[in-house]
Design a protein around this ligand. Structure first.
Ligand SMILES: *Cc1c(COP(=O)(O)O)cnc(C)c1O
Length: 380
């Protein structure tokens, strides 16, 4: 495996998915600072937006201060209000679902399928039939591509079309992943990205909203700028938010984006390296990449027999190497208790109980990877 990018390495520790900075990021941030444009306007905002728009088949892109705010904006555009029902992946990070509660709407959690660990179309359909009997018609689905693996979008589209449900695609972990050769984030009615520090590309903090047209873009942009009307005095007709991205952070993002393809190749190589080692040793499981799916393998995640995940986490931790358990299902979280859940609780608990994500960062050299495998090998 060749690592072609020269990352600045400042620590002996190995983190799960650390930000990887090169001299390019430093150069761009310097340029941004020297330009004087250090707030939400400037050439790095423009250029990063343009680059993303090109990557996403010329869709409209709004950079935001994080991925969570991008999901919130999508719900606002879709006019989700108090008492509305919003379908949502259950096996995901809580940020996928929090904006539903920001709007005082009601989440309906849909369980994971055994192959992809993503939202199961079967449980989705089951939920909709069941809710219909209760006279409940959800308006929107937020669907997350977990650890970069594409969901079964074809079936999800068919079901949502049938029930007249709009789709927000949470591609926070899936930049660089593809479905039928299309980049994830542009398949739904709206898509969101995250440029948080641990994602495949970072701005330190940041996100993007992928929108289908200029009208939605303008509205989202207004909401993200304190809902200030586009006139020469302060006029606000509705509730606004401060969700804009800074030009300095966009400079980091633009530098990072230039090597997206290499970063995806690296992460896939890291995953395959772990996989080929474990395959001959243990009964492990991982997300299955279906035909026409291409995962960026953001985090190399495996299910281990017995309590091996806990054991591995422990021995790595003692050597200064970070690893992390998989998602604790949302239906179990105190903040989301008492909402509907349709799915297989035992399967999600199994993922949580036996799963572990191993270091997957783009600065993980072959030597470091060998070190990790050696430590695991000696202690198994
Ligand atoms: C990281 C993440 C988010 C939130 O992104 P932030 O930029 O941290 O707000 C949302 N959904 C998923 C699945 C994520 O992994």
């Amino acid at each position: 495996m060749k690592i072609k990018i020269n990352y600045l390495d400042t620590t002996n520790k190995i983190y799960l998915s650390p930000p990887c900075i090169t001299n390019k990021e430093i150069k761009f941030v310097n340029e941004a600072l020297l330009s004087g444009w250090i707030s939400p306007f400037g050439s790095f905002i423009d250029n990063f937006t343009k680059k993303l728009s090109l990557y996403y088949s010329h869709k409209n892109i709004l950079l935001t201060n994080n991925g969570t705010s991008a999901i919130h904006l999508a719900l606002k555009i879709l006019n989700i209000k108090e008492g509305d029902y919003v379908l949502c992946s259950d096996f995901t990070f809580a940020a996928t679902a929090f904006p539903i509660l920001y709007q005082k709407a009601i989440p309906v959690f849909i369980g994971a399928d055994q192959k992809s660990w993503n939202l199961s179309p079967e449980y989705l359909e089951h939920a909709l039939i069941n809710l219909k009997n209760k006279n409940i018609q959800p308006k929107v689905l937020i669907v997350a591509h977990i650890y970069g693996m594409p969901c079964n979008m074809k079936s999800i589209f068919d079901i949502c079309k049938n029930y007249n449900i709009k789709i927000i695609e949470d591609a926070a972990e899936a930049l660089g992943s593809k479905y039928f050769n299309l980049p994830l984030g542009q398949l739904g009615d709206y898509g969101i990205l995250s440029f948080n520090g641990n994602k495949i590309i970072t701005c330190s903090t940041g996100g993007a909203l992928i929108l289908p047209n200029q009208k939605d873009y303008s509205y989202a942009k207004k909401l993200a700028n304190q809902a200030k009307e586009d006139i020469d005095y302060y006029k606000h007709e509705e509730l606004g938010y401060n969700y804009s991205q800074s030009n300095i952070l966009a400079a980091i993002g633009l530098a990072q984006f230039k090597s997206l393809n290499q970063k995806v190749t690296q992460r896939r190589n890291i995953f395959n390296y772990y996989l080929s080692y474990f395959k001959n040793k243990l009964e492990i499981e991982s997300q299955i990449e279906d035909e026409n799916c291409f995962s960026n393998r953001w985090l190399s995640s495996f299910i281990f027999p017995k309590d091996l995940n806990k054991k591995i986490k422990d021995i790595l931790n003692k050597k200064g190497i970070e690893s992390r358990y998989l998602w604790n299902p949302l239906y179990k979280q105190t903040v989301f208790k008492n909402y509907f859940f349709y799915g297989d609780k035992s399967f999600e608990n199994y993922l949580f109980k036996h799963g572990l994500s191993l270091p997957s960062g783009n600065n993980l050299t072959k030597n470091k990877l060998k070190r990790i495998i050696n430590i695991i090998d000696k202690n198994l």
